[in-house]
Design a protein around this ligand. Structure first.
Ligand code: PMP
Length: 357
């Protein structure tokens, strides 16, 4: 039986990518050694690094004025790197609170400067506060928000209209799932383990004008400028993770690019939400305008049945459907590599579970 993996991250990867990674574990590029054993300073790895930057530039139409970095430390390191590198003399930044990851990012920022919350959806978790209500600070160095809240399943349907300061986005859980104009942003970052590759490696895309402003206390490893000058080979890079991430970029090219996947992603989430909305057993409480196409968060109107649901789903080889421990309930993560057939099978399963319960 085909396994469908709905995990939120680490998450499902294209099977062809896994096969290519498996072959490279034994012998990469006929070098007679594994990708795990190749020097990050070798010409072969340097070529891979350059190609991955080039491929991502093409996938997202990123102009040369933006640097593309592949960094260790996951999404959470960015919660520190962003303020350390961007706060500058202003020492103040605007943060928008749309969920748990927004709050964690802002809390980390308070270690280095003043974090000014422009608005919060704490009272109404399924809604994004409208831009007219954002109370921005005149002295903020940048504006930070989370484009897709992985835990609550809340996603921006528009780009925040911020033009006076660099706009900074955490796109960890919707990166490469849709096209967007990078020129609206000063910086975006994405932990790879959802749409782009294995856990640990993080893609950062930043405008070159933001370099050279790190606070004096910034650890060298957290300094974008050092990483940019070294083409992300400042320390011993995450060679294997980077290699797999590049394979995912190639896979996206073969699917017709990000715009082609965007259409499929739209269809996949729309049919699951449509089913949930007409059902009396399943419920999603996010305002339809802000429903995530990546993380469909739902619960049972009879919550005592949830363990049974998860058990029966697992018997059908539908894995990873448990909600985040902080919010409970259920969550189906529908990243790029989760085939549409997986969503169809999940809906069939949910129907049958509803019928017999
Ligand atoms: N931001 C978002 C939106 C996330 O979903 C996550 C992880 N789920 C993180 C940041 C943190 O990433 P990491 O675990 O790689 O530090």
């Amino acid at each position: 039986m085909t396994v469908y993996n709905f995990n939120p991250g680490p998450a499902t990867l294209p099977s062809v990518v896994l096969e290519q990674a498996q072959a490279a574990l034994v012998d990469w590029q006929n070098l007679g050694i594994s990708i795990l054993e190749v020097s990050h300073r070798s010409p072969e790895f340097k070529a891979l690094a350059d190609a991955s930057v080039q491929d991502l530039r093409e996938l997202l139409a990123i102009p040369q004025s933006y640097k593309i970095l592949f960094l260790p430390g996951g999404g959470r390191s960015q919660f520190a790197m962003v303020p350390l590198n961007l706060l500058g003399k202003k020492n103040r930044a605007d943060y928008l609170d749309t969920g748990i990851w927004s709050r964690i990012a802002g809390a980390e920022g308070t270690r280095y400067g003043h974090i000014h919350w422009v608005a919060s959806n704490k009272e109404q978790p399924g809604v994004i506060p409208p831009p007219e209500s954002w109370n921005t600070h005149p002295e903020a160095a940048y504006f930070h928000y989370v484009d897709n809240e992985t835990i609550e399943g809340v996603e921006f349907p528009y780009i925040p209209p911020i033009t006076s300061v660099p706009l900074v986005a955490d796109m960890s859980s919707n990166f490469l799932s849709r096209t967007f104009p990078i020129t609206s942003f000063g910086l975006i970052y994405a932990a790879a383990q959802k749409n782009a590759g294995p856990a640990g490696i993080t893609v950062v895309i930043l405008h070159e004008s933001l370099l050279g402003k790190a606070l004096p206390m910034t650890p060298s490893m957290f300094n974008y400028t050092l990483h940019a000058h070294a083409h992300s080979l400042y320390n011993t890079a995450l060679t294997f993770n980077w290699f797999v991430t590049h394979l995912v970029f190639k896979w996206i090219q073969q699917q017709g690019g990000v715009a082609a996947l965007e259409k499929i992603n739209q269809r996949k989430s729309a049919k699951l939400y449509a089913y949930i909305d007409q059902s009396s057993l399943y419920e999603n409480s996010v305002d339809p305008r802000y429903r995530s196409r990546m993380n469909v968060v739902f619960h049972l109107t009879a919550p005592q049945l949830e363990p049974k649901f998860l058990h029966a789903a697992s018997d059908e080889r539908l894995l990873g459907l448990k909600g985040h421990t902080l919010v409970g309930g259920l969550r189906a993560s529908l990243y790029n590599a989760l085939p549409e057939a997986g969503v169809d099978k999940l809906i069939e399963f949910m129907k049958e579970f509803e019928r017999v319960n």
